[in-house]
Design a protein around this ligand. Structure first.
Ligand code: ADP
Ligand code: MG
Length: 429
């Protein structure tokens, strides 16, 4: 048996780094999360050649004290938790104290940072875990970190990187997703010298969605805002007719962190069950706020997988909130089939409708309208349809479920007993 050796520190760092630093996108995620944890309200991310040769993240957060800078690059060095008990209640994005150590072991890293209380900032350089420089620097409050030549000392890992474009796209996706999770932070993303994303940071989710996902998506959304069983669900979800062919436009943020959760996706899709076409998937940006102690984020170093202590509670909360939002946004008149004593719309074609068949039928219904003054006023009916929405904009008195007359003036949410309505000879339901 060969002799057992304790690995040198730099080799141990390289092995550990493999879990956190897979590619430029994973580095970008860790570093932006650090900026968010530092309380930044403005974050600029820049990459060149897909992030392989150059990545820069600049924030206006709290900065790091001079004496803490070298420590921040050590493994298991973090300002975010102190004891094992803190692990049960994680409120920051980082906590493992691994990112800076991992990145600096596989790349050339430069940091400029200044806290509010110090007049001078710090310039720190570390390459392949080796400290190269630490000196005074004039810089604004906050932190800038520059990563050059990722995997310069691990050619084997370098080979696994994809083309610049693919790596750049992956970075871009990370920045977009994080920008969506924090509408209150102004994000700027510069790719090969071109600004490709600019969010306002005004806290308005719709503006952020517009900046990140574009106009088409923004115009088809329903607002979600509910709190069920202590699970707060807010955000935006698409109208059922705008469901998509893929699940690419599904974003879930749990306590501010982008996560992938089968439970959440299943709950949302269940809520769409009878409204969306089979084989289409809802697009959504949902923010879940759950008590920190009901979720375990310490499952995987990349922290995108989460485990809930009570899956059903999460499912019910998300399902209920989304279902309520869909139902409330549904502008279709309620179609009730109970007690259809008299249905003036029964089998009416568009032509007959124009000829006044409805009025005629209503007037003939002596027993129902006998005591009422003879008046034909029509309330507005809007029937949802995938083709251009047919609008019946005529006024008349309608009937409630029990045959009572609802005068037009009260503008009821239309509640007529309808079996089938035909419009342009098409059945609308
Ligand atoms: P973690 O985020 O898990 O604590 P990191 O290795 O990512 O571990 O960072 C180590 C420490 O360095 C953090 O706990 C924080 O105190 C400090 N730090 C890192 N990035 C920043 C930043 N952008 N602004 C202020 N402090 C930072
Ligand atoms: Mg971190």
């Amino acid at each position: 048996m060969p002799k057992i050796n304790l690995l040198p520190k730099n080799v141990a760092e390289l092995i550990a780094a493999g879990e956190v630093v897979e590619r430029p996108a994973s580095v970008m995620k860790e570093l932006i999360e650090n900026s968010i944890d530092a309380g930044a309200t403005e974050i600029t991310a820049e990459i060149q050649r897909g992030g392989i040769t150059y990545m820069r993240i600049t924030d206006n957060g709290c900065g790091i004290e001079r004496s803490d800078v070298p420590t921040a690059f050590l493994r298991h060095a973090t300002s975010k938790i102190k004891t094992d008990r803190d692990l049960d209640c994680i409120g920051t994005l980082g906590f493992r104290g691994e990112a800076l150590a991992a990145v600096s072991s596989v790349a050339k890293v430069e940091m400029l940072t200044r806290t509010e209380n110090s007049n001078v900032g710090t310039h720190y350089v570390i390459e392949g875990s080796e400290e190269k420089a630490q000196e005074d620097a004039g810089c604004p409050k906050g932190t800038t970190i520059i990563i050059r030549d990722i995997f310069f000392n691990t050619p084997a890992r370098m080979k696994f990187l994809k083309k610049d474009v693919s790596e750049g796209n992956a970075v871009s996706q990370v920045v977009e997703r994080i920008a969506l999770s924090h509408p209150e932070i102004a994000f700027k993303f510069i790719r090969d010298g071109k600004t490709v994303l600019n969010t306002s940071g005004d806290g308005n989710l719709k503006n952020t969605v517009y900046a990140v996902l574009g106009r088409e998506f923004s115009n088809s959304l329903i607002e979600v805002n509910d709190s069920i069983n202590g699970i707060k669900v807010t955000g935006l979800t698409c109208k059922p007719v705008f469901c998509k062919a893929t699940r690419n436009s599904q974003f879930t943020f749990l306590n501010g962190r982008l996560v992938r959760s089968g439970t959440v996706i299943a709950a949302v899709e269940q809520a769409y069950k009878n409204s969306a076409m089979v084989g289409k998937f809802p697009a959504f940006v949902l923010y879940l706020e759950v008590p920190f102690d009901t979720v375990d984020v310490n499952v995987h170093p990349a922290k995108t997988e989460v485990r809930f202590s009570d899956e059903k509670r999460i499912f019910d909360g998300v399902y209920g909130a989304v279902k309520n939002a869909i139902t409330q946004s549904d502008t279709r008149p309620e179609i009730k089939l109970n007690a259809p004593k008299f249905n003036p719309f029964q089998n009416v074609t568009a032509k007959e409708y124009r000829q006044g068949v409805i009025e005629e039928r209503v007037q003939k219904q002596e027993p129902i309208f006998k005591s009422e003054p003879k008046k034909t006023d029509f309330s507005t009916l809007t029937f949802r349809n995938n083709t251009p929405t047919p609008e019946f904009t005529r006024k008349f008195d309608t009937m409630g479920a029990n045959g009572e007359r609802i005068p037009f003036d009260t503008k009821p949410k239309v509640n007529i007993d309808i079996d089938i309505v035909e419009y342009n000879n098409k059945v609308i339901k």
